[in-house]
Write a protein that binds this ligand. Structure first.
Ligand code: TPP
Length: 325
């Protein structure tokens, strides 16, 4: 990879970390509405899968994937306004954290019912296939969601029709407080791919190089018409399930062990080994991401709240201009 690309990837990792860190702080200050589900620690997964997607590809993030929004092209200011529940957010103030998608950038909003976005991703991929378009759908989900029936149905359908979709399981070892061994009876979620007739891969989700390599193969396979892949990224969320969860079900040793495998820390070591000027890169990136996040917060705070009558708008979807997207 070129130095420019290496630095760009570092910038994404750091921007996501800064953005989410600020949201956690704003939540503690009581400035946000609704729950906050930090993806701190899982940044390499969303960066690895989204950084090289085309604008006309679609992603289906899970509730912990603000990073995917940023890398796929969402405006940080609008994203922050969404989190504040303000009118300039994607849902125009009707929702806070969870359900706003950014349709103009190919980002489908998350659903409260976990796993329910996967059949939509398969449907989107089916559309691409029928129209003979070389576009790809990438659907993210947790290992907890992998136990849902519609996840199975989406994968089965995608396997039968060889659809251009990549299923990305972010296995952070706990679905709320439920550990892997109480969630499924196989060693890996990816083992199930065999039952659907496509390839399953397990990857170290904290190692950006590994994620990128596997993501590229899976995305190329989908784009070429060779069908779906299920990629399971083993990773870890540093925070609790949401900011109100102290996560007492994990040991301190376990958390510290995973913190020592931090994706940003690992990428910095790589940059250093490439003999780039890491001190300068770190400083320049810190200044840049802090500025972007500051501007986003100022924009969101200044954005108006919606007025009462607006509650009645946008309740039903207008037919989408499917030719445009
Ligand atoms: C169908 C369904 N069941 C339960 C919940 C409640 N719930 C919300 S998040 C969550 C944990 C999800 O774990 P996982 O899918 O592994 O994703 P993670 O939060 O670990 O990223 C649960 C049980 C829900 N939203 N939807």
């Amino acid at each position: 990879m070129t130095e420019q690309k290496d630095r760009e990837l570092y910038r994404w990792l750091r921007l996501i970390r800064e953005f989410e860190g600020r949201i956690s702080a704003l939540d503690k200050q009581g400035k946000l509405m609704g729950g906050v589900y930090s993806g701190k620690g899982q940044e390499a997964v969303t960066v690895g899968f989204c950084h090289d997607l085309r604008w006309d590809d679609w992603i289906f993030p899970l509730h912990r994937d603000l990073g995917a929004f940023l890398v796929k092209g969402a405006d940080p200011k609008r994203l922050m306004a969404q989190i504040f529940g303000k009118r300039d957010g994607f849902a125009k103030g009707k929702d806070s954290y969870l359900h706003g998608g950014d349709l103009s950038n190919g980002i489908f909003g998350a659903t409260s019912c976990l796993g329910a976005t996967l059949p939509v991703a398969a449907g989107m991929a089916y559309k691409f296939k029928i129209r003979k378009e070389d576009r790809v759908a990438v659907a993210f989900f947790g290992e907890g969601a992998s136990s849902r029936g519609d996840v199975h149905e989406a994968m089965n359908f995608a396997g039968v029709h060889k659809l251009p979709v990549v299923f990305v399981c972010e296995n952070n070892f706990y679905a709320y407080s439920t550990p892997n061994e109480l969630q499924f009876g196989v060693d890996n979620v990816a083992d199930r791919a065999a039952g659907y007739g496509f390839k399953g891969e397990v990857v170290n989700g904290n190692d950006l190089h590994s994620v990128i390599k596997t993501a590229q193969k899976a995305i190329d396979r989908a784009r070429k018409g060779d069908g779906p892949t299920l990629v399971e990224c083993k990773t870890y969320r540093y925070h609790g399930h949401s900011e109100h969860d102290r996560a007492d079900y994990r040991s301190e040793e376990e958390v510290i062990t995973w913190e020592s495998r931090d994706p940003i820390f690992l990428w910095e070591i790589y940059l250093e080994k490439r003999k780039y000027d890491i001190a300068a890169i770190r400083k320049g990136t810190s200044e840049e991401v802090t500025r972007i996040v500051e501007e986003a917060v100022a924009f969101a705070e200044a954005s108006p709240s919606p007025e009462g009558p607006e509650a009645m708008g946008d309740l039903y979807a207008m037919p989408i201009d499917t030719e445009a997207r």
